[in-house]
Every structure is written in C-alpha cells, then in structure tokens.
Design a protein around this ligand. Structure first.
Ligand SMILES: [Zn+2]
Length: 448
C-alpha cells in the first residue's frame, strides 16, 4: 500500500510568486515542501509538470442531500462532484429530509456519510429552538447553526426577536457561528401577495418579491441582534452590494460578522434568469449586472471573506416547471466554481493568492478546520492541482453530480483542477474519480 508520495516538478505559490519544487506526503500529511533533490524517498512519485498545487479547496456551503433526498444527490455523488471541482472538504447544509436539527439526526448523518464520501465532509446543524439540542449538536461537532430566515429548517419563530436573541446567545455559548440565509420572509410574502393574482407567474414578479430590500432588511436585523448578543454571524450567499455596506459598518463597530458570496451572483445577472428561467433560479435570486460587477470588485478587494458554491442539486423536473414559484431554487455549483474563477485569473482579473484565500484559508479559519486551509509542513495533505492552460466549455451533462442542468452551460473556461488529493490519497485524476468510497473523513468541529 502506498503510504508516501513525492509530487515533483510542481509549481507552488509562495507569497505572490510561483516556485517550482516538490512536495513529500506521508501518512496523510505534508512532511516537506522544497527542492526536489531535498525530498525524502517515497513509495510513489507523481510528475506534476505544468501543474500548480493549491491547498485543498473548502466549500463552506453545499447541499449534499442524501437520506430521503438521495434522488437529487447523495454523499457519494456529491463528494465525487466536489473532488472533480477541486474541493477536498465540503460543509454540508442541514435542510435535508429529515432535517439535521438534533443530535440523533446528526449522528445518523455521520454514520451514513462515513462509508460513502470521497472528500472530507463536515456538517452544519439547523438552528433549533430546543436549547439542549444546540449544546448536544455543538458537542458532536456541528460546524455552525444555520438560520434560514426565509424558509426555517426546522420551523422556528424566526420573527420573534426575543427567541432569536436567546438562540444567538446559546450559539455563542457553544462557540459556533450562526450561518444566516438573510431574506425577510414577511416582506417577500407581502410583495408576493400584491402580484397580479390570476395572471401567469413571471420571473419579474419573482424578482419583485425576492427583492434586494428583503435581503438588506434581514441583514440589518441580524446585525442588530448581533449587537446585543455579540454572537458570530456568517451571512450566506450575499447577493446585494448594499448588504455588504451594513456588514462592514458592523465590523467597524467590533462585531464578528463574516460573509460569503457565490459565483452565480458575480458571473450571472437577471437576464440569465429571464432567459433560462428555472435553470438559473436561486434564492436569493441573481441581481442586475451593476450589482454583480460591484460584488466582483468587493470580492477581489477582500471585502467579502469567502466564496462558497451553495451547490444545491435538484432533479430535472424540479427545475423546469412553467410556474417559477414551483421551481426548486438552487443550482449545482461545485464543478463550475473553480474553472470560472481560474478563467478570471487567466484574464488578469484575479490573483491566484486571492482565490486561495477565499476558497481555502478563510473557510478553514472562519469555521475552525484545523490543519486545513494552508499548504505547509505538518498540515493535512489535502491538495488541489490545477492546470491553468486547459481550455474547455462547461457541459453539465458531464457533471458527476446527479444535477445535470447548469446556467453556466456553454461558458468558455481556461483553467481547471486536474488532480485532487485528500489526506495524501489521489481522489480525482483528470476528471475521473479514482478513490474508493469512504476515502474522505467525516469532520467534527473542534471545541474552540
Ligand atoms: Zn444553500
């Protein structure tokens, strides 16, 4: 059995430069990074000529589904898709059936995932109003508590400020962030009820209901609650540039508010939604092109902490209803995120070091993934090898995900992941999954 590997002729980012060298990996850890001549002997040598090694990418927001939603995605297909997209760790969301809102449910997920996953997987828990379960879920290793203000899972009284204050204090107590889907349900429902009833539902109506104001209102309300509780808030899939202004103001006042955005908010806009309808439908929805450009600029200026994919696979029939309100929101994202961003690196619009920070370092640091997020001696040998020259067109029919519809179909990309290593094991090689089920580890958040 191969226990040690030398990766040779590989380019390694060092500060702002790329240095050619080698990486020696043993028993799942990086033992040495340096000149090839200085590497210890290894059982296996892999020539990575022309490739760049990055610390394994971490997707802090993905829906791997499984359990009763396995028809959409399961732990095996979801982690194969992640490996194909260059991700070595994925944090899975709790809105499954059944939902991950108790220690029993979380234990079931750990048991089910362990033998299926090919990359590392950690779990977010659903924010429950049963305080004793928050303690238990924290103790079991949940990475955060997800609060979906638009569609709470489990159903809790999200409009009740008193309850929210109590729950935020509890999450602070167990030292976990509250990850927030920030859209005000009341405002969305009021706007929706004002749409011309009797007429065919339209994308315009959907956008009017899921307005920018609905996000901003929710973000501001959560920041108010953070002011009194001092809880760590992580705002998910930021879609509105004005929300970021509120977040930055809160940070200036000393609050711990972090945030992510997803590639579709930067690379797509409402015109894609008008044209592709359900296939481009997410919540929050994609916005106007001025907003998406501003989000992009905020990302490259390091004002947005991290990029998460919000990989949200659905069956084809769930994405193609004529009634936009009947369409399941969400798109597959783990197989397109890295190529879309590497294309911008090739265009000179993004520095590779910024990409690594937003897709590896920051997710590891914000969610407390020890040994991950940086390529260093002694760290976990989770590595993503990319080919910056490879040109291809996105084709969702080739996805490893069960979800085979993407608004990015036909996008021309330059740059893609070609080898993914998890704990020193080669999991993906040139688009093929070459590892056994169970190669990944089910991760537990360490007590902080
Ligand atoms: Zn999501």
């Amino acid at each position: 059995m191969t226990t040690s590997i030398n990766l040779i002729n590989v380019k390694i980012p060092h500060r702002e430069e790329l240095l050619e060298g080698g990486i020696h990996v043993e028993e799942g850890r990086i033992i040495k990074i340096g000149k090839e001549a200085n590497l210890p002997r290894a059982d296996r040598t892999i020539d990575a000529k022309g490739l760049i090694a990055l610390p394994g990418l971490i997707d802090a927001h993905a829906h791997l589904r499984d359990l009763q939603l396995s028809y959409k995605e399961d732990f095996y297909t979801g982690t194969c898709a992640a490996a194909a997209g260059g991700f070595t760790t994925v944090l899975d969301m709790p809105n499954t059936v059944p939902a991950t809102d108790s220690s029993i449910r979380l234990k079931e997920k750990y048991e089910r995932a362990e033998n299926e996953i090919v990359v590392n997987v950690g779990f977010h828990a659903g924010l429950t109003d049963r305080l004793e379960e928050i303690s238990k879920l924290g103790g079991l290793g949940a990475f955060s508590f997800k609060l979906n203000l638009y569609k709470p899972t489990p159903e809790i009284a999200v409009e009740d400020d008193g309850l929210m204050t109590q729950l935020l204090l509890k999450c602070k107590d167990v030292r976990r962030p509250v990850t927030v889907h920030a859209e005000d349900r009341g405002l969305i429902e009021r706007k929706r009820s004002q749409l011309n009833t009797g007429k065919k539902p339209t994308v315009e109506g959907f956008l009017r209901a899921h307005s920018k104001e609905a996000e901003l209102l929710a973000v501001n309300r959560m920041i108010d609650l953070a002011r009194t509780t001092r809880a760590h808030l992580h705002i998910c899939h930021l879609s509105v540039i004005k929300s970021l202004n509120s977040i930055e103001e809160a940070r200036r006042k000393g609050l711990r508010v972090t945030c992510e955005t997803s590639p579709h908010y930067m690379f797509l806009n409402e015109n894609y939604l008008r044209r592709l309808k359900g296939i481009a439908l997410t919540v929050p929805p994609v916005r106007d092109s001025t907003n998406s450009r501003k989000l992009w600029n905020a990302f490259i200026d390091s004002r947005i902490d991290l990029i998460a994919t919000d990989h949200a696979p659905h069956a084809e029939e769930e994405k193609t209803s004529d009634d936009i309100w009947e369409v399941s929101p969400g798109i597959p994202g783990v197989e397109t995120a890295l190529p879309l961003l590497l294309t911008q690196v090739n265009r000179g619009q993004l520095h590779l070091s910024r990409l690594v920070k937003a897709m590896s370092e920051e997710p590891a640091s914000i969610f407390g993934l020890r040994g991950k997020g940086r390529m260093k001696q002694g760290g976990d040998a989770d590595l993503t090898l990319i080919d910056l020259k490879a040109k291809f067109k996105i084709d969702s029919t080739k996805f490893h995900s069960k979800a085979k519809l993407s608004p990015f179909d036909g996008f021309k990309c330059q740059g893609k992941p070609v080898k993914t290593f998890v704990a020193g094991k080669l999991v993906m090689d040139n688009g093929e999954i070459v590892a056994e089920k169970g190669t990944g580890s089910a991760l537990k958040a360490a007590g902080r």
